[in-house]
Design a protein. Structure first.
Length: 402
């Protein structure tokens, strides 16, 4: 972190965050939280995490940089500090991750005054959970091929279609949704809406079980769902441009309303060293295997490289292309976390076959869980292949792949 670069007000705010987090850490739940917010299934966990996010919001650690008239703190450059300190403190993650990271910035940039004033404050406080309706069974990485259709009917829209991989839809009150409103043009035929889905007539939410045995993902079906035109974001036919705002934030290329907490890169890499010193191989700690230790150090070097690269991103003179570092972030961290988890399994050896619920599993089976989860993370928000294409085309200036 660039503490030396901070203004006196930002340094004072960092001290406030540290003090508040130290004094208000929530008690642990009897049952273990899932690895990520998007996997929360139990209502007990939802209530616990919603309560925690609301307290963070009331303490000024969420939506710090949003205008006060929309429920924010009215600051600049404070959210990064709050997110850093939440991660450093190892407190629970914020549950409304899609609302904070995707819906809020999209509404701020493209919403009407009424939409911003009505939708943002309860989103920040986790009074209303949000989900994202982009992917479809036949339109995954090719988002512009979405076929869920919204038909104009006077002052309303009638939505029919099928969204999939919809994290938190089982708890969500609202969805940001990309719909086709015309078949005349692939991109200009898309329009962006916010739509209530909880207890809404015509909306069906079905859970999808992942390889981990957990859910959090869902499919959502729309059967003649009626919403008012007041729930449209931006102009009809401008949905692709609005969606690009969402994706810019989803892929980490721009800061959202809040984040932090949970296990991050630092905890994962430190945990890898701790595991190697605990697991025995041939009667000795795995850490004493020079070849294995070298591979762990390579992971640590990559992690440190990422940290320093993020620091460099805040110094314009050291950044030759303004979007290179932001656009590579999701790709690099998702693959680094996957490689770290895979190495964790290798360190565990036969113990890696022990899974959740087995009292003999090292670290509560967190390494097998992290490894299985890692594949979803390299797919979500655009696959690694898509991310490399984006970097090639937008940063390196290479020809489009197709």
């Amino acid at each position: 972190m660039d503490v030396k670069k901070e203004t006196p007000e930002q340094s004072e705010f960092r001290d406030h965050c540290r003090r508040w987090l130290r004094e208000n850490r929530p008690p642990a739940l009897p049952s273990r939280l899932p690895e990520y917010a998007i996997e929360v299934m139990l209502d007990e966990h939802r209530r616990y995490l919603c309560d925690w996010q609301k307290k963070c919001y009331q303490a000024g650690l969420v939506a710090c940089d949003y205008p006060k008239e929309y429920g924010g703190g009215g600051h600049s450059g404070f959210q990064r500090i709050a997110s850093q300190e939440m991660s450093n403190a190892g407190v629970p993650y914020l549950i409304n991750v899609i609302g904070l990271g995707m819906a809020a910035p999209t509404i701020l940039h493209h919403g009407t005054e009424e939409q911003k004033r009505c939708l943002l404050p309860p989103l920040f406080a986790a009074d209303e959970i949000w989900c994202q309706g982009f992917s479809e069974p036949n339109a995954g990485s090719d988002l512009a091929s979405a076929q869920t259709f919204a038909q104009r009917d006077g002052d309303n829209w009638v939505i029919n279609g099928h969204k999939v991989w919809t994290s938190l839809a089982h708890f969500a009150k609202w969805m940001i949704i990309l719909c086709r409103t015309s078949h005349d043009d692939k991109y200009k035929g898309l329009t962006y809406f916010v739509t209530p889905i909880a207890d809404t007539k015509g909306v069906t939410v079905r859970p999808l079980i992942k390889i981990t045995g957990q859910t959090g993902f869902n499919e959502v079906l729309f059967d003649d769902v009626i919403i008012p035109d007041a729930y449209r974001l931006d102009q009809v036919g401008n949905g692709w441009q609005v969606a690009m705002t969402t994706l810019l934030h989803e892929r980490g290329a721009a800061e959202g309303a809040g984040g932090g907490g949970g296990e991050g890169l630092e905890e994962r890499t430190v945990g890898l060293v701790r595991l190697a010193k605990k697991i025995k191989r041939n009667g000795k700690p795995a850490w004493e295997d020079a070849a294995l230790r070298d591979r762990i150090v390579q992971i640590l070097i990559r992690a440190e490289g990422m940290r320093q690269t993020h620091r460099r991103a805040r110094v314009p003179a050291l950044t030759e292309h303004p979007m290179r570092i932001p656009l590579q972030g999701k790709l690099l961290i998702s693959e680094l976390m996957q490689d770290a988890a895979a190495l964790g399994l290798e360190i565990e050896g036969a113990h890696a076959s022990l899974y959740l619920g087995d009292g003999h599993a090292p670290d509560g089976a967190s390494w097998p869980l992290a490894y299985l989860n890692s594949y979803g993370i390299t797919i979500a928000a655009g696959t690694s292949e898509v991310q490399r294409n984006i970097l090639g085309e937008r940063v390196l200036g290479l020809a489009k792949s197709k």
